[in-house]
Design a protein around this ligand. Sequence first.
Ligand code: MG
Ligand code: MG
Length: 252
Amino acid sequence: MAVSIKSPREIELMRESGKILGEVHDQLKEIIRPGISTLEIDIEAEKLIRKNGCIPNFLHYNGFPGSVCVSINEEVVHGIPKKSRILKEGDIVSLDCGCIYKGYHSDAARTYPVGEVDPEVMKLVEETKNSFFEGIKMAKAGNHLYDISNAIDAYISQFGYGVVTALVGHGIGTSLHEDPSIPNYHMDRRGMKLQAGMTLAIEPMINLGRADVDFLDDGWTCVTSDRLPSAHYENTILITDGEPEVLTLPKN
Ligand code: MG
Ligand code: MG
């Protein structure tokens, strides 16, 4: 499948979808506290997404039962919201969700501390976010796709963390997952050339320990094989001739 180049009209819709999702994440951040269940977070996420005239794109995606993936500690991604899963002091929790606005998808993830978190784990959370911003320094027309991958990997490798290879970022637009796949790990080739109008979901998933992951019997939850914590940070971006536009963060 060819990578889609969005028209000016489509870019406007992607911007609106992203803006709403950024605001949803900001509001969800406020409810993160010890004692809340992952199902309560999901209910709030769906309410916020629908209140803004959007559809949660994760709900029923390949049968996923929630509007947000809520992944705690050693869970890398795709945690299923449950009434019985309660956040506790010292956890880290990643929220991954997306909106469909007039047919256009956005996708973003954040990892938050729950109360006071071990400094070593907090550093993982912060450096995972930093690696996203290191990666998108390369995200401009004329550069190549894997320049982004290599920048993320080069940044993360200095800390000795494990870069998840089982899952990758992706193109996004009228579908949640479009071509191209965007690894967060080193590639020997530079890959395809980036063009203005491409919209991409860049999402480093970084493990405190080894890179290996397992998938639980629930068919969804991805966990680190060594059960050490993992962090996830994602935004939907627009490639331009200059700096990329991060569609799922508020503009400053
Ligand atoms: Mg996501
Ligand atoms: Mg994604």
